[in-house]
Design a protein around this ligand. Structure first.
Ligand SMILES: Nc1ncnc2c1ncn2[C@@H]1O[C@H](COP(=O)(O)OP(=O)(O)OP(=O)(O)O)[C@@H](O)[C@H]1O
Ligand SMILES: [Mg+2]
Length: 347
């Protein structure tokens, strides 16, 4: 049974092993229609394997994949309402741009007028209207990337799967294509699943992020939830700049080595406290710290501080004039609001 609120894509207990290697440990993931979901994690953590299982190129070792209420676990890629854009583009060099884009529809033997119309529409979406007759080898990397995208979009997939599609582009082009992807996602109201190892890219694009590490999904949530409330030390460390401080919980009270104490529910034992740099500020009565370095980034100032425990703390100030207070060697007192810290039980 499906309802209006049922997820468009539902993974239940999906896993994949290659012999002794667990590429993807059993995971659950719900993606709603219209979501832009990023799968984020370091190289080798299982992102492509997960995406290929959703696309149907790899059969899961266990678990179930449903799209729009239909069990597709045993269906081949061509029978699924999905389409995939590969990192290597996989374009046909001997065909023109338009022929590449039209390829899937031609294979389905659609009427010629429909193919022409939908090709033009797909080329318009990626802003290559005038490039239809060009040969692939006379395109830039960014343009080839757009052709690969148009070739997938023309099939109007319920779920568009993108495996590090921007990895080969230089930074500027990458940012440009991120904007384009956002625009296309909004314009067609589609559901995108996007693999990346770049945290800033995941945050720039997605409303839902799944962070993976060594085959396991460590956290699924909105970018702000993941940034401000990382569920694990791996997520805290992998996502954005962070300070991780060591401490101990005894009877509902945490004592940090750095000298701070506060109430915190949970089991007795070692804990780590995660604080984001822009939440740290100079505070009367705060932890005494010594500035070791301050770097000016134009829009902000990044300050490294040494705490009494010997641990380092990062502070980011959006006040570019604050540099005077943060000369190396200066003594400052720093603190942050309890709501801005995340306490994680140490392993
Ligand atoms: N066909 C295969 N046979 C054996 N092991 C495989 C196979 N495909 C992937 N693996 C292993 O599974 C793990 C996950 O690989 P996967 O390609 O999914 O990682 P990834 O997160 O996409 O990495 P990258 O960011 O480098 O593309 C790796 O340890 C990889 O070596
Ligand atoms: Mg990969």
């Amino acid at each position: 049974m499906t309802s209006a609120t049922a997820p468009l894509l539902k993974l239940s207990g999906v896993s994949k092993s290659f012999g002794p290697v667990t590429a993807v440990a059993p995971l659950d993931l719900d993606v709603a229609a219209g979501d832009f979901c990023a799968i984020l994690g370091p190289s080798g953590c299982g992102k492509s394997t997960l995406l290929r299982m959703i696309a149907g190129f790899i059969e899961p070792s266990a678990g179930k994949i449903a799209i729009a209420g239909q069990d597709v676990t045993r269906l081949g890629p061509e029978k699924r309402p999905t389409n995939m854009v590969f990192q290597s583009y996989g374009l046909f060099p001997h065909l023109t741009v338009a022929e590449n884009v039209a390829f899937g529809l031609a294979l389905q033997k659609r009427p010629r007028a429909e193919i022409a119309e939908r090709t033009q529409e797909a080329l318009r979406l990626v802003r290559l209207e005038t490039f239809g007759e060009r040969s692939i080898d006379r395109l830039s990397g960014g343009q080839q990337q757009r052709v690969a995208l148009a070739r997938a979009l023309i099939m109007r997939p319920k779920v568009l799967l993108l495996d590090e599609p921007l990895a080969a582009l230089d930074l500027k082009l990458r940012h440009q294509m991120q904007e384009e992807l956002r625009r296309i996602h909004q314009e067609i109201g589609g559901t995108f699943i996007f693999v990346t190892h770049d945290q800033s890219e995941a945050f720039a694009l997605a409303n839902l992020v799944a962070v993976m590490n060594e085959g396991k999904v460590e956290q699924i949530g909105s970018p702000d939830r993941i940034y401000l409330h990382p569920a694990t030390l791996f997520v805290a460390d992998f996502v954005g700049e962070t300070t991780i401080l060591a401490g101990e919980r005894r009877k509902g009270r945490v004592r940090l080595k750095a000298g701070l104490e506060f109430d915190s529910k949970g089991a007795d034992g070692p804990v780590r406290v995660v604080v984001r740099p822009e939440r740290v500020e100079v505070r009367f009565g705060g932890i005494p710290a010594v500035v070791t370095d301050a770097v000016f980034f134009g829009s902000s100032l990044k300050v490294s501080l040494k705490l009494p425990s010997g641990e380092m703390l990062i502070l980011r100030s959006s006040d570019a004039n604050a540099g005077e207070h943060f000369r190396p060697g200066a003594n400052v007192n720093v603190g942050w609001d309890a709501k801005d810290q995340q306490v994680i039980d140490a392993p």
